[in-house]
Design a protein around this ligand. Structure first.
Ligand code: SF4
Length: 656
C-alpha cells in the first residue's frame, strides 16, 4: 500500500477520469495561456535559498466568473514573479463536481497544478460580493480545513479574506484567520516575507505566532485577536484587542503610483467560456464623486490615475500577450480620467482597421461626450450605451449626491440617438433612503421622455431604452451605513407599480425594456454586508442546509436564509430585520468601526444628515476639481490625489 501523498502532489490523475461525469469539465483542467506552474519547492533554488511561500488564490465563484477577476489575476502575477513564492488559483466547484469529489475523497484543488489547497501556506480569498461566503465554506470543507479558525492546527493554511467585502469581515470572522483591507499588490509581498521569515525560523509560536507577527506588522486584521461584547439592546458595546501587540484599529492599504504596477502584464486567457472575454486595463483606481451609496467609491479613495502612456503600453502588451480582440478600460467611472479623450482617440487611431475594439464599461451621464463614444465605436459595433442616473427623481439624485439633472440626461441621450445609437440603457436603484412610490414612478416618465426625444432627434421609431433596476443595499464605510434598508415587499411593490405604469403606456411602453430582480436577495446581501460576528452562525447553517452559489438566482433560496436566521440567531435578541431594515444612530458601535478605511466618521455622519435633511442644499463636489472637503482619507492614510493631465499623447505603434 502506498503512503499518504507528499504535500503538493497533483490530484489530477484521480480527478481526470471523473471529469466526464460533470458539466463543463474544461473549467477544471487549467493550463490557460499565461498560467504559471512552479516547482513546489521553488524557494530552495531562490536567491537567497530558503523556504517557499505558497499561496492558493481563490475567487469564490465558478470559473466563468472567477477567471476574469482582475484582483486575483494581478496578485497571481505579482506573487509568482518572486522566485521563492508559488501562487496557484482555485475556484468554486459546481455542486455536481462537489458531490463527485466527496464520493472519491478528492480535496479542493488548484487549477494550475491540481494541488490540494490544504497543502498551501495561505489560502487568499477575494470577495467582491458577500454572497460568495457559503462557497468559502464549501472550499474549506473540501480542502479538509476546519471551518472554524479556532479548530485549525499548524498543518492548515492561513485563510485570508480580501476584496471589498473584507472591509467588514465580521460575518465570516469565525471562518477566516485574517483579512486584508485595501489594495493587495504590496501587502501580499509583505505577508509573504513575514511567512517566509517565520518558516525559516522553524515556525516559532506555531499558527498563533505567525498570526501575531502578521497582525503586529499592520498587514492584516486577525479577528480572533479582538473580543466583541454586546449590550442589552443587542448592539455591540465594545471591540477590543485581547492581547498585546495588536493594534486597536487596522488600517487599509493604498497603492500609490499605479504606473509602477502595470499588472496584469500577462493576462490569463480562459479555456472555458467566461463572463468577460476581453483584456481589461484599469485606467484609474478610486473615485471621489461622493455618491453616498457607493462603497467602492468610498473605500478606494483617493483617485490615482494611470498615465496615458502606461495605459497605451498596457493595451499594446495585453493584446500581444493574449490575442484578445476587445479591450475594456476599467475604473469606477472611466470617462472621468483626465485624459480620456486623448486615450480614446489615441487607441482608436492606433487600432483602426484592425480587429481590436474598445469599450468603456462605466460611463457617467454628465461626463459623457459623444466624441468619446464615437471614438470607442469607431472600430467596433455600436452596442448599447449605459448611463446610471441611479435615482429616478431629481430629489432622489440629490439625496444620493448624484447631481444629474433631467436636462443633462435628455441632452446626453439626444446626442447619442442623433449620432446613430438606437439603444440606451439606464440604471437605477430602488429602496434609497427617503424614497417614496412617486420617486420610483418618475423613472417611467423619464424613460418615456428619453424615447420621445430619441424619436424626435433621430427621425426613427425603433428607438429603445432599457430600464434596469437594482435594490439598494446599505454598505459599511459609506454615509448610508446608518440607513434602514427597505423591506423586500415594498421594493417589489414599487417595482411592480413601475412596470405596470410603463406597460400601460401605448405610445412608449413597447420601446421600454424593464429589468429588475426581486428584492429578497438584497435583504440577505444586506445582512451579510452590515452583519456582525453573530451572522457567522447563520452562514454556517445555510451552508449546512445546502446553500451554495448564493449569488446565482437559480441556487439562492431566501427561505433557507430566513430559516437559518431563526435558528442561528435564536436567543441573541437580534434577528434579520434588526440587521437590515433598522436605522442605526450615531452612538451605535458598528461592527466595522475598528477597521479604518480612512474616512472620518464625523464626516460620514454629517454627509448622512445632509442626505436626509429635506432642506439641505449641500452638494459634495468632486475633490479632484474642487478643494479638499476633508473626508479624512488623505491625511489619515498619508495619500494624495494622483491625476493628470500629463499632456502626453499616444503614438501610433505600427501600422496594424
Ligand atoms: S481627504 Fe480631501 S482630497 Fe483626499 S479624498 Fe478626501 S476630500 Fe479628497
Amino acid at each position: 500500500m502506498s503512503g499518504p501523498a507528499s504535500p503538493g502532489t497533483s490530484v489530477f490523475p484521480r480527478l481526470e477520469p471523473l471529469l466526464g461525469s460533470v458539466q463543463k469539465p474544461i473549467q477544471y483542467v487549467g493550463g490557460e495561456l499565461n498560467a504559471t506552474v512552479k516547482d513546489w519547492d521553488c524557494g530552495a533554488a531562490a536567491e537567497p535559498a530558503g523556504p517557499t511561500v505558497r499561496w492558493a488564490l481563490m475567487y469564490p465563484d465558478a470559473y466563468e466568473v472567477g477567471l476574469p477577476n482582475q484582483g486575483v489575476q494581478i496578485l497571481y502575477e505579482v506573487l509568482n514573479e518572486v522566485d521563492w513564492i508559488l501562487a496557484e488559483r482555485t475556484y468554486a466547484v459546481w455542486p455536481d463536481l462537489e458531490a463527485v469529489m466527496r464520493e472519491h475523497g478528492i480535496p479542493q484543488f488548484t487549477v494550475d497544478d491540481h494541488r490540494p489547497v490544504g497543502d498551501f501556506d495561505v489560502l487568499g480569498v477575494s470577495f467582491s460580493t458577500e454572497l460568495g461566503y457559503t462557497n468559502l465554506l464549501t472550499a474549506l470543507d473540501l480542502a479538509g480545513v476546519p471551518l472554524h479558525a479556532r479548530d485549525r492546527t499548524d498543518a492548515h493554511p492561513i485563510v485570508l479574506a480580501g476584496g471589498h467585502a473584507a472591509f467588514n469581515p465580521e460575518p465570516i470572522a469565525d471562518f477566516i484567520d485574517a483579512a486584508v483591507l485595501g489594495d493587495g499588490e504590496e501587502v501580499v509581498l509583505k505577508i509573504s516575507e513575514v511567512v517566509r521569515e517565520w518558516k525559516g525560523e522553524d515556525e516559532p509560536g506555531g499558527r498563533d505566532g505567525l498570526l501575531l507577527r502578521l497582525a503586529a506588522s499592520g498587514a492584516v486584521y486577525v479577528p480572533k485577536f479582538y473580543d466583541v461584547s454586546y449590550g442589552a439592546d443587542g448592539a455591540i458595546e465594545r471591540v477590543a484587542p485581547n492581547r498585546p501587540g495588536v493594534p486597536w484599529r487596522v488600517v487599509k492599504h493604498t497603492l500609490m503610483d499605479l504606473d509602477a504596477w502595470p499588472y496584469p502584464k500577462k493576462p490569463l486567457v480562459p479555456l472555458a467560456e467566461t463572463v468577460h472575454e476581453r483584456f481589461s486595463v484599469e485606467i484609474f483606481r478610486g473615485c471621489t464623486r461622493g455618491c453616498r451609496f457607493c462603497q467602492a467609491g468610498m473605500i478606494t479613495r483617493p483617485v490615482r490615475e494611470r498615465s496615458i502612456t502606461t495605459i497605451g503600453d498596457m493595451v499594446d502588451n495585453g493584446i500581444k500577450q493574449t490575442g484578445f480582440e476587445e479591450v475594456g478600460l476599467l475604473s469606477l467611472s472611466s470617462a472621468d480620467h483626465t485624459e480620456i479623450g486623448d486615450v480614446a482617440k489615441g487607441l482608436a487611431d492606433r487600432y483602426e482597421g484592425s480587429h481590436v475594439s474598445l469599450s468603456l464599461p462605466s460611463t457617467r451621464v454628465d461626463a459623457f461626450n459623444i466624441t468619446l463614444a464615437n471614438e470607442f465605436s469607431r472600430n467596433g459595433r455600436r452596442s448599447g450605451l449605459t448611463f446610471a442616473p441611479e435615482g429616478g427623481s431629481e430629489r432622489m439624485r440629490k439625496v444620493i449626491n448624484k447631481m444629474v439633472t433631467e436636462e443633462d440626461l435628455i441632452r446626453t441621450v439626444a446626442t447619442a440617438y442623433s449620432h446613430g445609437w438606437r439603444q440606451v440603457k439606464l440604471y437605477f436603484m430602488c429602496g434609497l433612503p427617503t424614497e417614496t412610490d412617486e420617486d420610483v414612478l418618475e423613472i417611467a416618465d423619464l424613460a418615456k421622455k428619453v424615447i420621445a426625444k430619441g424619436r424626435e432627434v433621430s427621425g426613427h421609431n425603433d428607438i429603445r431604452c432599457t430600464v434596469s433596476i437594482g435594490g439598494f443595499v446599505p454598505k459599511p464605510h459609506t454615509p448610508f451605513q446608518w440607513a434602514a434598508q427597505l423591506d423586500w415587499e415594498t421594493t417589489d411593490r414599487r417595482l411592480q407599480q413601475l412596470r405596470d405604469s410603463v406597460r400601460a403606456d401605448k405610445k412608449f411602453g413597447r420601446a421600454i425594456g424593464f429589468r429588475y430582480h426581486d428584492g429578497r436577495p438584497g435583504i440577505i446581501e444586506g445582512l451579510l454586508s452590515r452583519g456582525d460576528r453573530r451572522v457567522g452562525a447563520v452562514i454556517e447553517q445555510v451552508w449546512r442546509d445546502g446553500g451554495r452559489f448564493d449569488g446565482w438566482s437559480e441556487h439562492f433560496s431566501y427561505d433557507r436564509w430566513v430559516a437559518a436566521c431563526e435558528t442561528a440567531l435564536a436567543g441573541t435578541g437580534v434577528d434579520l430585520d434588526w440587521f437590515t431594515t433598522r436605522e442605526r444612530d450615531f452612538d451605535e458601535v458598528l461592527p466595522w468601526d475598528h477597521l479604518d478605511s480612512g474616512l472620518d466618521r464625523d464626516w460620514l455622519w454629517e454627509d448622512w444628515q445632509d442626505a436626509i435633511d429635506p432642506d439641505s442644499t449641500v452638494e459634495v463636489e468632486d475633490c479632484r476639481w474642487t478643494p479638499c472637503y476633508d473626508c479624512g482619507v488623505c491625511p489619515e492614510m498619508g495619500t494624495e490625489i494622483q491625476i493628470g493631465p500629463t499632456g502626453q499623447k499616444l503614438l501610433p505603434l505600427s501600422v496594424v
